[in-house]
Design a protein around this ligand. Structure first.
Ligand code: CUA
Length: 350
């Protein structure tokens, strides 16, 4: 009876685990639903490896169960020592050769995919983006285009985009599961990879390397749009005038507060290379505040007033004079107006 209770408990535990883990396959955040070149290659390898491992498991279990049943001690059997087969050449060869064949079947496509994903021969004539990981946000510099942005990486569909990646502080890892595999970003050296999205859409990204108290909140997005829409986005971003005066009385006052409190010392608007904090050029077009909260004024005010309570350990905490809720609200009015582009995450996500 006790044994059955144990099995029942284990079964319940596994059922609950299966239920919880099934939530991991969120669309546009799942390596199992690939929407890009690298993710597709990875899934092919995952399936190949899983099938071979299952094959081995089934064969081993079949042999195991057959032997258990066939050679179990029956009533009336006398104790005896079975025939010893150690040093049996045929068996030794069989169980050495079969794993070698299976490993070769896994190794050939794996090595080929590794070289394929590291191929950068087309990098010089393609779109290159410099990616910088920071505690706890991502900066994107479109090389040769005078566009700097943060958190949302706009790319054209059906093209390889080459990323040149580093970190400004500790090791982070750039991972957009539906588009490609992971790549570490290090403070000491530059790593490179390419990404390619097949379809338009918003693909969620995560930092995949423990990098501090807000590691789990270091979210970002790849926003893939058609090549024509991407060109339009580039033009919009290049035409931004960082000094343009805000519209509306409160937003205008917000802009003055933004300047008076020297927020630009950390947050650039336009193509300035300042990147102490996220570039805010297209902040109004984003769909998240600080990468993790819904994009609305209320959340933006909470962020401006107390960023540390939302992303513990971020560099903004305590770096500027305390603001009243009224002042924070005016700054929020200004920031939400920063909408240079005709193409937004919402358009791409349609
Ligand atoms: Cu950056 Cu974890």
């Amino acid at each position: 009876m006790k044994g059955w209770m144990g099995k029942f408990r284990a079964l319940t535990l596994f059922s609950i685990l299966a239920l919880i883990l099934s939530g991991c396959g969120k669309e546009n955040l799942s390596a199992l639903i690939p929407k890009g070149y690298g993710a597709e290659k990875s899934l092919d390898l995952i399936i190949l490896t899983a099938v071979i491992m299952l094959f081995v498991l089934v064969i081993v279990m079949l042999i195991y169960v057959t032997v258990l049943i066939r050679f179990r001690k029956k009533k009336g059997d006398k104790d005896f020592i079975p025939k010893q087969v150690e040093g049996n050449k045929t068996l030794e060869i069989i169980w050495t050769v079969i794993p070698i064949i299976l490993l070769v079947i896994i190794a050939v496509p794996t090595v080929s995919a590794t070289f394929d994903l590291a191929d950068e021969s087309a990098a010089s004539e393609s779109l290159n983006v410099e990616v910088t990981g920071n505690q706890y946000w991502w900066h994107f510099n479109y090389e040769g285009k005078e566009i700097q942005t943060s958190q949302d990486l706009y790319i054209p569909t059906g093209e390889k985009v080459y990323l040149n990646m580093k970190s400004s502080d500790v090791i982070h890892s750039f991972w957009v599961p539906a588009i490609s595999g992971k790549m570490d970003v290090n403070p000491a050296n530059e790593n490179t990879m390419f990404i390619e999205a097949y379809e338009e859409g918003v693909y969620y990204g995560k930092c995949a390397e423990l990098c501090g108290p807000s590691h789990a909140l270091m979210d970002f997005k790849i926003i893939a749009v058609s090549p024509e829409e991407f060109d339009k986005w580039v033009e919009d971003m290049q035409n931004v005038d960082p000094k343009a005066v805000a519209e509306g009385e409160t937003a205008k006052q917000g802009q003055e507060l933004f300047q008076k409190n020297n927020c630009m010392g950390c947050h650039a608007i336009g193509s300035s290379p300042v990147q102490v904090g996220p570039n805010l050029t297209n902040f109004g077009d984003r769909t998240r505040v600080a990468g993790v909260m819904e994009h609305n004024k209320e959340n933006l005010i909470s962020w401006i007033m107390d960023p540390n309570s939302i992303k513990p350990g971020n560099k903004m905490a305590g770096k500027y004079p305390e603001l009243s809720k009224e002042e924070a609200s005016k700054i929020a009015d200004y920031l939400l107006q920063l909408k240079p582009s005709s193409i937004t995450a919402e358009d791409a996500g349609k």
